[in-house]
Design a protein around this ligand. Structure first.
Ligand SMILES: Nc1nc2c(ncn2[C@@H]2O[C@H](COP(=O)(O)OP(=O)(O)OP(=O)(O)O)[C@@H](O)[C@H]2O)c(=O)[nH]1
Ligand SMILES: [Mg+2]
Length: 618
């Protein structure tokens, strides 16, 4: 028996390859296995329109030639003639979903560049028509330079033409020229842009929703306007966090001041009253005033997600990510880490490659989580002058933005180094479908905000309240004799003096040393801790961030404040993050490594900043 010409069905998942395979081969199918992997091999026979028999294989769906799963690896290896148990196909049928053309053409372009004879099956045209989309296959054929046949696999439409076009390209005797070895020299954003341009050309009519999506992507994915838009959005977000939050912060402050006055009036002076006012109300209140800023931050993240823009941002970031050996898939976990590293680290489960995933986990704490926001805001608000640098650009917002950027840049460098040392390995590909843009649903955003607010308030009411209360007791006793500061004489003060020995060389004062331990429970507890300590030192003060900032201005120098901010960019001060890392990596090795390298970074960065600032005479 002679060997039949081999034709492979390739395409994105759910394009309809198997449906087409079944329609073409009917009952003449065989299921086997590729050697060494658990990927099934489906093959079958059929006769072309001229009667010539061929063998057809149905390959696993893939998003690109950079595999990120064993299935995708088989598909890539078959395409390159490297798969054990399969010969290089004599031709391929690229199956694309007509209603999702931009996404599917990306892979098609990669496949055509391989140089094998290709026929494109423009499948699911029935669904496209239902969506109000009319495509011109002839235009696509001209632009791609390969035959394009409209099909509806499930209704066996277009099969005869598909077979006719196949026989036209198989065994014509011409030598096959392999263009290259699997890589189109183009990154994913460029490919996406070309795919989009093609699909726009081939589109005769479409609904206004699709038109809008194309128009907006022309801007959002443009090589110049795309990054500018992304940076602009991020910048707007941080300015908003400062500018829009002032009024509600004022309301919360007055609420807590009123609460404190009420308790002071209702209770006689003594342990209980001091505990409630100086301990709980001062400490918890100092954290809760940041609720408006956290909600503004989340509003931005939720709205960008709901509109479909986030995936575009991931696409834009993929090139940057690939530069350090991470996949674009790492973008979503890292982005979630801006809210909190715990869900971010859990979201890395979508990354198949172990080394990729581990690297993402190790750098996730460098993304500025919302718990750092209270600390940044307090210190920036107290010690960075509120001057206008440019119209609409304040210095405070700029410093905040710089801290976020610093976290991102450090994560980038850390990944670069980790991927060449402890987590070295080949990098995997990127998969993601581009959704349509849509208006965010107000209900969904409101619901998301509500649950974030509850989580934050619950933290303030439990972890932070307990930490602050404990600190109050430790900071209140033993009572200092006249002339000695309570914050230094107390048990907490003495522990802090011990810590101060280690952190004094990097410019930290006694207040900071005291706040570092409660900050391990939750970063924002550092703020609550300071509020409590200052309240104990100055019992006549009213509660509120205003007073706290005033105290900071009196007790901290600018170099100390800058060093403290640097510390918070890097220090792994969060027990929950360490715990979730242990769970996700099954052991103590990686969390220990993470804590070690981040504390070392924090210490060096804070020290360098302090001494540089002192040297500059700030
Ligand atoms: N309406 C319509 N549905 C189709 C068409 N082709 C396939 N489908 C349906 O689309 C779904 C996915 O089709 P499959 O053939 O399993 O897709 P696949 O490309 O083999 O997907 P993977 O094996 O996951 O890569 C199935 O529910 C099919 O019935 C089509 O032309 N029109
Ligand atoms: Mg299939």
């Amino acid at each position: 028996m002679s060997i039949l010409p081999l034709v492979a069905l390739v395409g994105n998942p759910n394009a309809g390859k198997s449906a087409l395979f079944n329609a073409l081969t009917g009952a003449r199918q065989k299921v086997g296995n590729y050697p060494g992997v658990t990927v099934e091999r489906h093959s079958g026979r059929l006769a072309l329109d001229d009667g010539r028999p061929i063998e057809l294989v149905d390959l696993p769906g893939a998003y690109s030639l950079d595999p990120s799963s064993p299935d995708e690896r088989v598909t890539r290896d078959v395409m390159l003639g490297r798969q054990e148990g399969e010969r290089l196909p004599d031709a391929i049928v690229v199956v694309v979903d007509a209603s999702n053309l931009d996404n599917h053409l990306r892979f098609t372009l990669q496949l055509i560049a391989l140089g094998l004879p290709v026929v494109v099956a423009l499948n699911m045209i029935d669904l496209a028509a239902r969506d109000g989309l009319t495509l011109d296959a002839a235009v696509l054929e001209r632009e791609l330079g390969v035959p394009v046949v409209p099909t509806v696999a499930v209704r066996k439409k277009g099969l005869e033409e598909l077979k006719a076009r196949l026989s036209g390209i198989i065994g014509s005797g011409a030598l096959r020229v392999r263009a290259n070895h699997g890589h189109v020299d183009e990154d994913i954003v460029t490919l996406q842009r070309r795919a989009r341009a093609l699909s726009v050309k081939a589109t005769v009519a479409e609904t206004s929703g699709r038109k809008w999506t194309h128009l907006m992507d022309a801007i959002a994915l443009h090589p110049v306007s795309g990054p500018i838009l992304l940076l602009g959005l991020l910048f707007l977000m941080f300015q908003a966090v400062f500018a829009w939050s002032q009024a509600p912060i004022g309301w919360i402050e007055s609420l807590f001041a009123a609460l404190e006055n009420g308790v002071t009036a209702a209770l006689p002076a003594g342990f209980v009253r001091s505990f409630l006012t100086e301990g709980l109300i001062a400490g918890v209140g100092a954290v809760i005033v940041f609720l408006p800023q956290i909600l503004i931050l989340f509003t931005f993240i939720l709205v960008l997600e709901a509109t479909g823009y986030m995936v575009r941002a991931a696409f834009m970031m993929d090139r940057l990510m690939a530069g350090v050996g991470l996949s674009g898939r790492a973008f979503i976990p890292l982005l979630s880490s801006f809210a909190c590293a715990v869900p971010g680290i859990m979201a890395t489960r979508t990354i198949d490659d172990e080394k990729d995933r581990l690297t993402t986990i190790l750098i996730a704490p460098l993304m500025t989580c919302s718990a750092r926001l209270p600390v940044y805001t307090l210190v920036i608000g107290a010690l960075i002058p509120n001057t206008q640098v440019l119209p609409f650009v304040g210095l405070q917002g700029l410093v905040m933005f710089a801290l976020y950027v610093l976290g991102i840049v450090s994560a980038y460098i850390a990944a670069l180094i980790l991927r060449r040392t402890v987590t070295a390995g080949p990098s995997s590909g990127f998969m993601m479908e581009m959704p349509k843009y849509q208006w965010p649903r107000l209900n969904d955003v409101a619901l998301g905000l509500w649950s974030r607010a509850l989580i934050f308030l619950k933290r303030a009411g439990t972890t932070i309240a307990v930490t602050v209360a404990l600190l109050w007791v430790l900071a209140s006793y033993p009572v200092a004799p006249a002339g000695v500061k309570q914050s230094e004489y107390s048990v907490a003060g003495r522990i802090a003096s011990g810590i101060e020995v280690i952190v004094a060389p990097i410019g930290f004062n006694h207040d900071i040393a005291l706040s570092l331990l409660p900050a391990m429970a939750a970063r924002e507890a550092a703020v609550g801790a300071m509020a409590t300590v200052y309240a104990i030192d100055n019992p006549e003060d009213e509660a509120g961030a205003g007073k706290l900032a005033e105290n900071l201005r009196g007790r901290w120098s600018l170099p100390t404040a800058l060093a403290f901010l640097m510390w918070f960019v890097f220090a792994p001060q969060c027990i929950s993050t360490i715990a979730v890392t242990r769970r996700e990596t099954n052991g103590w090795k990686w969390p220990a490594f993470m804590v070690g390298y981040l504390f070392a970074l924090a210490y060096i960065a804070a020290g360098a900043t302090y001494w540089a600032a002192v040297g500059l005479g700030l």
